[in-house]
Design a protein around this ligand. Structure first.
Ligand code: APR
Ligand code: PHB
Length: 380
């Protein structure tokens, strides 16, 4: 392969979905992925799909297993002050819902559907925005791929962003992290529970009727060794405490990780032949479940522009994508600030937080705002 219309760096959800959308429209593309297929298909990540992402996957023929195995959720629960408050999505958003279906499964589906070239263990070394040449290492040799356009979907630690000549970045790091576990126990709830507690945030999510996914706010300096299984379950039980007979079921923990929390945006998302999409351009804290969905929105916009190839559409990609990115950044920041205990928080801050939670739980207007951002604002 020496030439292609669109060279895509990275086989995460952004790169794979872009490749699939372009192939479906007859646009030649090549995907280069530095890791093995095994690694890419087993990386634990988030698992809530916005209505838009569900619609895009269905429309491009990649939604069959999602519709068979995914869980349609019509709401979430906010839990604080030992009380539960449900946010009903369809009634607040004109019928929109979300789908609980792991990012890992989306990646597996897109790889299985892949038609064009997809090279694993092919690390992109450089990408030239002017010539469209991508140099990459594969099979112990260095190679060049000449592209009309290059899309860096290579995540936060990729080479794409560094290849942009002038970029402005915006960042906020949070003084807490998430300890995430996967457990072989049926979920103790029908819908996700976002819990605020004076000891910190907790989230009860799931992967299937048999597998639970749970998260705990922890100190970013903590080590997994500090968190033996019993301590994790005890802390989750404390933070989910609620009036009534609800009970958190415990089970064998099969996976665990600690993830730092950050908000990050790089502008612009295009320079001449080089485009950024997904985590290569922006990171959101996972509290709003926006990471994967923003990546899907970026490449949906970009696939439209690259299909026509008209400069007008290509020229508008960065601005259109960033409008949506900053909306999701604000929503994710708002959810994170409303639900986590900041170690530097004053008692006054804590009272404000409780007031925000009580207002959100009691006001249809505030609920509608949360609901429409959570299910995803329609793609323009
Ligand atoms: N050459 C080739 N591939 C690369 C390179 C490189 N130099 N650098 C990184 N990659 C690959 C990584 O191995 C990874 O598979 O790019 C891919 C980037 O995938 P993701 O990090 O999943 O990013 P993206 O596709 O934008 O998906 C964003 O992933 O991290 C979650 O919360 C995030 O849900 C969001 C989603
Ligand atoms: C998950 O299921 O992993 C998940 C769900 C909702 C979030 C974050 C992660 O906000």
């Amino acid at each position: 392969m020496t030439h292609t219309r669109v060279g895509i760096i990275g086989a995460g959800p952004a790169g794979l979905l872009l490749g699939h959308l372009l192939s479906a429209r007859g646009v030649d593309n090549v995907i280069l992925e530095s890791r093995t297929r095994e690694h890419v298909e087993h990386r634990q990540r988030a698992g809530v799909l916005e209505q838009n992402t569900v619609d895009v996957l269905r429309a491009c023929g990649a939604g069959a297993r999602m519709d068979r195995q995914g869980l349609v959720h019509e709401g979430i629960e906010l839990r604080f002050d030992r009380e539960s408050h449900r946010i009903d999505f369809p009634s607040l958003t004109g019928g929109r819902t979300v789908m609980v279906y792991a990012q890992t499964e989306v990646v597996k589906d897109l790889i299985a559907l892949r038609e064009g070239p997809l090279l694993f263990e092919a690390e992109a070394l450089s990408a030239d925005p002017d010539t469209g040449v991508v140099r990459y290492r594969h099979d112990d040799g260095q190679h060049e791929l000449r592209c009309d356009f290059v899309v860096a979907c290579d995540g936060f630690h990729g080479i794409g962003r560094a290849a942009m000549p002038s970029i402005t970045t915006f960042q906020r790091d949070y003084p807490f992290a998430w300890l995430g576990i996967l457990a072989d126990v049926p979920p103790s709830c029908q819908e996700l529970i976002y819990a605020h507690h004076e000891r910190g945030f907790a989230l009860h999510s799931m992967r299937s009727p048999h597998v639970s996914r749970l998260y705990l706010q922890v100190d970013p300096r903590d080590d997994l060794a500090d968190w033996p299984d019993e301590r994790i379950w005890d802390e989750l039980e404390t933070r989910f405490a609620v009036e009534g007979d609800w009970k958190l079921e415990r089970g064998p923990i099969t996976d665990r990780s600690i993830t730092p929390m950050r908000s990050f945006v790089a502008e612009p998302m295009r320079h001449r032949r080089l485009f950024l999409a997904g985590d290569a351009a922006h990171i959101v804290p996972p509290t709003g479940a926006k990471g994967l969905n923003l990546a899907a929105a970026d490449v949906t916009l970009l696939a439209r522009a690259l299909t026509g190839g008209e400069e007008e559409l290509l020229g508008g990609y960065s601005e259109a994508a960033l409008r949506r990115v900053w909306r999701a950044e604000h929503f994710s920041y708002q959810m994170t600030s409303m639900l986590h205990r900041d170690p530097h928080q004053t008692p006054f801050d804590y009272r404000l937080q409780l007031s925000q939670l009580r207002y959100t739980a009691g006001s249809p207007a505030a609920q509608a705002s949360l609901a429409e951002n959570y299910v995803g604002l329609p793609l323009s």
